[in-house]
Design a protein around this ligand. Structure first.
Ligand code: PBG
Length: 356
């Protein structure tokens, strides 16, 4: 820096396009000119130097399932997203498969009358998620099915675990989550995704799967799941915004922390996770990048409901260009190190990508 300041100002300014050390004078500056724009000047050149490429293979599509048949029920806070009855879900998943999307993630809207203190519907082998798993496996066998392990769509209090005197019980909840996982795998789930953030759940689920001989089931751990305001529209979709009492800060992570995400990842990997995830997505790209570079695991980002709502609201107002911003946002996850993204934009993004 001191050296640079000693130089005549003309060379200092010229060094932007020329020799970094300022030696050699004017003609050397021209010969050695560094012009980053050369690689951007034509479409073919940009394609040649592009580092990150998004394809439909990078997308996991979360979809909501509701009772009934022929139902496609809009979720108000997520324009364009619907709750599907199982028959409609099968059609939607078939479309996802035809677009090249490798996996879908299923989330149930449970009838309020079926919700109780302990979330017992989570263990019903004929619950909506299990019905959807069986139907999808039957009709669309070549797509991967991810199922959410947590109690919040099933409990009358909207929490992911058992609630006792205002506290969420850890180990008692884990026992139920293990059963929930087995029920889902028997119905056809390929990837179990515990989103509950109880301690030790990945290891307990892995142990039970091995004990049952279910050795091929993958576990995608919601490793760094933050207590976030961005889940609001999802809770509308699964009906837990009305049931939820209080918040989830005693089990989901504090958004001030990122070393803690490293510790969570160490645990999940040691306990047998095959894939790890960071959630929400765009406000947590730093965490994603840290986890990918620290562990080199298959690492996923969840572009959550609030991110979808935020972008969709701007698209509706004409404030942002839909096609451009969807692909730009999804590509950012890959650039930061994600191997894939759970996104409500999966169908339209896959269509756009397939068309170009
Ligand atoms: C439930 C669960 C949530 C999401 C995925 N699984 C909500 C929550 O923890 O309250 C959020 C997904 C989204 O916002 O899109 N355990």
């Amino acid at each position: 820096m001191a050296k640079r300041e000693d130089q005549p100002s003309g060379i200092g300014a010229g060094s932007l396009h020329g020799a970094e050390d300022g030696t050699g004078g004017g003609s050397a500056n021209v010969l050695r000119a560094v012009r980053p724009r050369r690689n951007r000047r034509a479409d073919w050149a940009r394609r040649l130097v592009r580092e990150t490429v998004l394809t439909p293979n990078d997308l996991i599509w979360p979809l909501f399932v509701v009772a009934g048949s022929g139902v496609r029920e809009p979720v108000e806070s997520m324009p364009g997203v619907v709750r599907h009855s199982v028959d409609e879900a099968v059609k939607a998943v078939a479309e996802a498969a035809s677009l090249g999307i490798p996996a879908v993630a299923l989330f149930p809207y449970t009838d309020p009358g079926l919700r109780d203190e302990t979330g017992s519907q989570a263990l019903n082998s004929d619950n909506l998620v299990c019905q959807a798993c069986r139907a999808v496996k039957d009709k669309v066998p070549d797509i991967g099915i991810v199922t959410d392990v947590a109690l919040d769509p099933y409990t009358s209090h909207g929490h992911d675990g058992l609630l006792e005197n205002g506290r969420i019980l850890n180990d008692e909840t884990v026992e139920i989550l293990v059963e929930q996982s087995l029920v889902q795998v028997r119905a056809g789930a390929d990837i179990i995704a515990p989103s509950d953030m109880m301690d030790g759940r990945v290891g307990a689920i892995r142990e039970a799967l091995e004990a049952e001989g279910l050795i091929d089931t993958q576990i995608m751990a919601y490793t760094a799941k933050y207590a976030s305001g961005f889940y609001g529209p999802f809770r509308d979709a699964v009906g837990s915004s009305v049931t939820l009492s209080g918040d989830k800060r005693t089990y989901q992570m504090d958004y001030g922390n990122s070393d803690e995400a490293i510790r969570e990842a160490e645990l999940d990997i040691a306990e047998g996770a095959d894939m790890i995830m960071v959630k929400p997505g765009m406000p947590y790209l730093d965490v994603l990048q840290r986890l990918k570079s620290a562990f080199g695991m298959p690492t996923y980002a969840y572009q959550v409901s609030g991110e979808y709502a935020m972008l969709s609201a701007a698209f509706e107002r004409g404030w942002l260009d839909r096609d451009r911003c969807v692909l730009e946002a999804l590509s950012a996850f890959k650039r930061a190190g994600a191997d894939g993204v759970l996104t409500y934009f999966a169908i339209e993004a896959a269509k756009t990508l397939n068309a170009t």
